[in-house]
Each structure stands twice: as C-alpha cells, then as structure tokens.
Design a protein around this ligand. Structure first.
Ligand code: ZN
Length: 87
C-alpha cells in the first residue's frame, strides 16, 4: 500500500498502486476537467500572443496562417471526444 496525495483535493489517501493520482472517481473527473480547462486557457493565451505578433509581422499572410492553425488546434482540443473506436 502507498500513501499518496490526491492531485485534485490534496488529501492523503491509501492506494494500492504507487501511480495512483486521485482518491476517488469524483476527484479523477475533477482533475481531468481542471487539466482540460488549464490547457484551454494556455492555448487561448498562446493564440492571443500569436495574433499580437501577427499585427507587426513582415509577412502578415504567414502570420495569419499560424493564427488559423492554432485556433483549429484549440477548437479540436476543446471538442468532446468519443471513447475509442472510429467515428
Ligand atoms: Zn481527492
């Protein structure tokens, strides 16, 4: 048995695996949501940074393309994902 600190609520709990991250299913879900939200915020900030750079870029067309690419990645990362299998 291992004593692990829950990555979501911070409470110490006893786990059968040393790789356990959360104390419960609810915390696992919460952690997943929080990480997804944090990734979305980071991506949005990234997008703002690229857009800002594009305003003063010598090649606005290429700069706009990178904004477009990043925006598509952001949309894809936020889209609900189906579990397993082909769509
Ligand atoms: Zn927890």
């Amino acid at each position: 048995m291992y004593t692990v600190e829950c990555d979501a609520c911070g409470q110490r709990f006893t786990a059968t695996r040393s790789t356990a991250l959360t104390c419960s299913a609810a915390c696992r879900q919460r952690r997943h949501k929080e990480r997804k939200a944090a990734a979305a915020v980071a991506a949005a900030l990234d997008l703002a940074r690229i857009a800002h750079a594009a305003r003063t870029a010598s090649d606005p067309h290429a700069a706009l393309q990178s904004v477009e690419r990043r925006a598509e990645q952001l949309a894809e990362s936020l889209a609900p994902r189906r579990r397993g299998g082909t769509p």
